[in-house]
Design a protein around this ligand. Sequence first.
Ligand code: UT7
Length: 325
Amino acid sequence: MTIIRSYIVGSGSYLPERCLTNAELAEQIDTTDEWIQSRTGIRQRHIAADGQPTSDLATRAARRAMDHAGVTADDIDLIIVATATPDLTFPATAAQVQANLGVSKGAAFDVQAVCTGFVYALAVADNFVRLGQSQGALVIGAETFSRILDWSDRGTCVLFGDGAGAVVLQPGVGEGTSADRGILSTHLHADGNHTKMLYVDGGPSTNQQVGQLRMEGREVFKHAVVNLAQAVDEALEANGLAKEDIDWLVPHQANRRIIDATARKLGMTDERVVITIDRHANTSAASIPLALAEATGDGRIKRGDMVLLEAMGGGFTWGSAMVRW
Ligand code: UT7
């Protein structure tokens, strides 16, 4: 039986020029390069320029993904931006990206699932494509977390960075088995009981402020390790795959120790895990598409490879996507 699958036909990313090292941070707050690297794996992060909004990062990443896919604005009929740092409360950042790109048809909206945002957005776009409602979808993760950090809180401000990544989806054919190319499965989860462990303390309907990020890091860490282990098992089981079938793990980049725990569970060595946290820090919804663009761009991920994406973030939200490249 022939079915429609969503093929990922292009990827691209963008990082702002300004790079902030741990050493520079250590001049401003009570921290050290040694502490940040040993606890998180982060060496540096990129910071958006003054006046550079999330939509600008998103647009640059989208253009590169479209070039890589060999498509033009006329081929795009759906734009989903995963972001927790939109340009404005409304309209959606995706609408601004649509205008910037000169796309004039179809839908454009944002998805807000914080660090799991890209996996959520990919799942939504996959459903549109498989139902025949989109012939060309842009899925973008873009963030300017530098704008919502409390730069006096050393427990959080050292962890995050700005950036954007994007992929283009198009319909393709499959047989309905894990031998197919394209997105094979997505699994999304949320548990809203843990809001206070990771949230931003502002919003239009509470205090009319943008707010700043608050996190109980140690508690989030424990939940992340457990939830991601479950997400990985679920993705393997749903596709009838064994751990050895996974060629590449492309995880959300929150903490090197969390990534290592998930890789250990899969029995995967460092060479098969795409790591960007050392250079990008945690870019929330942008981290997975940034990592994907890097590993497809440098030839590590090749056509036919089995790629597992996973993420966990505020909400809590978490989830996975299994993709044959
Ligand atoms: O992407 C969304 C999901 N987010 C995550 O998954 C993040 C999960 N959490 C983490 O990655 C880790 O919990 C952190 C990296 C945030 C913190 O690492 P930790 O090993 O859990 O450290 P901790 O919070 O337990 O703090 C240990 C010590 C504390 O000092 P005392 O109380 O032991 O004296 C902190 O005050 O480290 C201190 N500390 C710092 N020291 C130097 C906290 N931040 C810093 C810092 N520099 N930047």
